[in-house]
Design a protein around this ligand. Sequence first.
Ligand code: PXL
Length: 277
Amino acid sequence: MEYKRILTVQDISCFGQCSLTVALPIISACKIETCILPSAVLSTHTAGFSGFTFADLTDEMPKILDHWQKENITFDGLYTGYLGSLTQIEYVKRIAKDFVKKGGKVFIDPAMADNGKLYSIFDQTYANEMAKLCAFADVIIPNITEACFMTGLEYREVYDEDYVDELLKALKNIGAKTVVLTGVGYTPETTGVVVYENGEKQYYKHKKFEKGCHGTGDVYSSAFVGANMRGKSLFESAKIAADYTLKCIENTYGDKDHWYGVKFETAIDFLTKAVEE
Ligand code: PXL
């Protein structure tokens, strides 16, 4: 097995099972060395909690990068999620240019919105800058809401394949090489993921749970990145990540006290096995 090293840049939400606290264990479970660059430290994530603390780590980033540069530290992959500020988007561009080895892969999850709305700390300017960052990526992993905020297309709850094609083309136009569009469903009981590459579209449809769960976007992207870094094809990685995320939701659903995230640890064996098969 080729041992690879990835850097993931996103926040630490100390409580709430999202961003770095899921990316680090999930990608590690795929047997990839997982290094972190925290964008901020929050007491909890921002979805459903009030009064959370937020320590922005923007000023630490260039210091950390300068040190890494002196140590000649480089990565086979870069995966970014929830970032804390516009300046951090610029630092991510520096990382993509200076720290990713030749032939390495850049994955961008523009984690900033869901269900037609931006998360509380973001605005349209942030979405516009995130759209520019996507041009630096090999693979972007937006949901439909994020795709709309980045392209300016109208958000719809109900849509057909023509609408999804329009979104994919618009994402391609902002410079994305490969698009993994999540949360695409054409019937009330189903959802799925579209992988769009070289003008070709593949769709993996699966069961949709009635209520969405927090943190599933990060669980999905982390599993996708882990599988793809282990050499699985884009579509195979998309399927593995979907099946894994569904198991995590299944293992959480019905536990009213666990509304803030999914019990991703309970299905981690499934993921480790799936990337090895
Ligand atoms: O990607 C989800 C996420 C990550 N980090 C923080 C969040 C959220 C979603 O709300 O609030 C801090």
